[in-house]
Write a protein that binds this ligand. Structure first.
Ligand SMILES: *Cc1c(COP(=O)(O)O)cnc(C)c1O
Length: 470
């Protein structure tokens, strides 16, 4: 065995051991980190060492020093933000992706990963009931997946308005009017900023945070009556599947009909909510979703693959490939029309992040994915039911999906309870602000969350509330 081979063997064996230890510790560990990043900097930093260290020792050092600063996000007792765990097949596939070390941009150069991602993309379209002619790109997360969909929108809207975006850029271009619901995710605004589209028109939402179609209709009428005669005026409407606080879904059938009547491109941010389309009992939430033009979602949330993995789905493949493709001579492109992976995402060189998605889908099967999402929703409704039965707990949202937002009387009490829960360490839930109130937000996003975890969560909230009340 060569020295290089031994280094790989020892380093990977060390990593596998530490990974197992970390995962085994999830059942019992304190969820939160026990040190701050500032404290850890000394361990990892200092002057760059002159001499190196054997690979396996680097791995041992890394694992030992990082341990106190890790958050138990893979735990079934982690309910913070909207953060999924990792399915075993997806995690192991992710390791293989690193070992294979494929630069996954070109079909002809890395046919295996291109084929795996194609298969994963086709499975996703089938699972989510999206148009089968759509292109699927694997980006880093929903921020970039949404950006990708909206970039395709910008290209198509400009082309339809007779403007050469690639040649002439945005200066002097017709204005694209962008409309978002009041409770869209802030990263939609960020995507619009990346695209030079500016601040969107904000459309009022209802109590659950769903865009109100009649308000959208008025806003579109108003904006377009003042558009300088361009017909159709370029319009982008961004809708949402899965509100961060309530889990609510925009009414797609009505909102998309209104948007389409005004000639809009409709993009849907379904970072964690798009997955509801895989569950027959949830079909009322996603009805009409398919009529949109592009969709962004995360695989690292509801599907439970490792970070980082977002998915962009765009019906108009020409628009997507025109927006994202790089047309230079040294990139030899596939002749079969399938499109190269790099034409569907912002990155040229990237890891084959669609492979863990394929592994997750292969290991679960259709029934497994449906069952996993169904179970997240059931756990959320169990939590809502048991928590609302406690004295002093108010569940603020209709719990139709995976999110539960709570308050405990006034803001000061809610903040104090949230702090207590985080300090307690049996579970993690994050605080937020929603509709002018401080809230405690619970997101059930991990495949491994079970009855026992739900029980611990309810106990922890009850104890924290009791402690705050003295
Ligand atoms: C998480 C989230 C995003 C951003 O996704 P990232 O994967 O963090 O980039 C966008 N929209 C919604 C609704 C989200 O929940």
């Amino acid at each position: 065995m060569s020295a290089g081979e031994e280094d790989y063997r020892d380093a990977l064996a060390a990593a596998a051991g530490h990974a197992r230890q970390w995962l085994d510790s999830q059942a019992t560990r304190h969820i939160g980190p026990r040190v701050t990043a500032g404290k850890l900097v000394a361990d990892f930093g200092g002057p760059l060492p002159k001499e190196g260290m054997p690979a396996a020792e680097v791995v041992d050092y890394l694992a030992a020093k990082a341990e106190p600063g890790l958050m138990a996000m893979p735990s079934g007792r982690f309910f913070g933000w909207v953060i999924g765990g990792t399915l075993p097949a997806a995690l192991a596939a992710d390791w293989l992706v690193s070992a294979w070390d494929q630069n996954a941009g070109l079909r002809f150069a890395t046919p295996a990963t291109a084929a795996i991602e194609d298969a994963a993309g086709a499975w996703l379209l089938e699972l989510l009931g999206l148009p089968e002619e759509s292109d699927v790109g694997f980006a880093t997360g929903a921020t970039m997946a949404n950006f990708t969909g909206m970039a395709a929108a910008r290209w198509r809207l400009m082309a339809d308005a007779g403007w050469d975006l690639d040649g002439d850029g945005l200066s002097g271009a017709p204005r694209i009017h962008c409309f978002v619901g009041q409770e869209r995710h802030d990263t939609i605004d960020l995507g619009l900023r990346y695209l030079g589209l500016g601040r969107p028109t904000v459309v009022p939402a209802d109590r659950q945070g769903r865009i109100i179609p009649a308000e959208l209709d008025c806003a579109l009428d108003l904006a377009l009556s003042s558009a300088n005669g361009l017909r159709p005026a370029p319009v982008l409407v961004c809708l949402q599947a899965g509100n961060l606080h309530s889990g609510a879904f925009d009414p797609f059938t009505e909102a998309i009909a209104v948007a389409k009547a005004h000639g809009a491109w409709v993009h849907v941010d379904g970072a964690f909510g798009l997955w509801a389309a895989a569950v027959p009992e949830l079909s009322a939430l996603t009805a009409g979703l398919r009529q949109a033009d592009s969709w962004g979602t995360d695989a690292h949330k509801t599907l439970n693959v490792p970070y980082d993995c977002g998915i962009a789905v765009v019906r108009d493949a020409q628009a997507l490939r025109s927006a994202m493709g790089v047309h230079t001579s040294y990139l030899i492109q596939a002749a079969d029309g399938a499109g190269d992976p790099f034409e569907k995402v912002p990155e040229l060189s990237r890891r084959a992040r669609g492979v863990p998605v394929w592994a997750a889908l292969k290991s679960l099967g259709r029934d497994g994915v449906t069952g996993q999402i169904r179970e997240l929703v059931q756990r959320a409704s169990q939590l809502a039911e048991q928590l609302s039965a406690l004295d002093g707990v108010e569940v603020l949202n209709d719990v139709d999906y995976t999110q539960v937002s709570l308050a405990f009387g006034d803001d000061a009490v809610t903040r104090a309870v949230t702090e207590k829960i985080i300090g307690d360490g049996r579970v993690w839930m994050s605080g937020s602000r929603w509709q002018d109130r401080d809230i405690l937000r619970i997101s059930v996003s991990n495949w491994s969350t079970d009855d026992a975890d739900v029980r611990v969560a309810v106990d922890t909230v009850r104890d924290a509330l009791a402690a705050v009340r003295g």
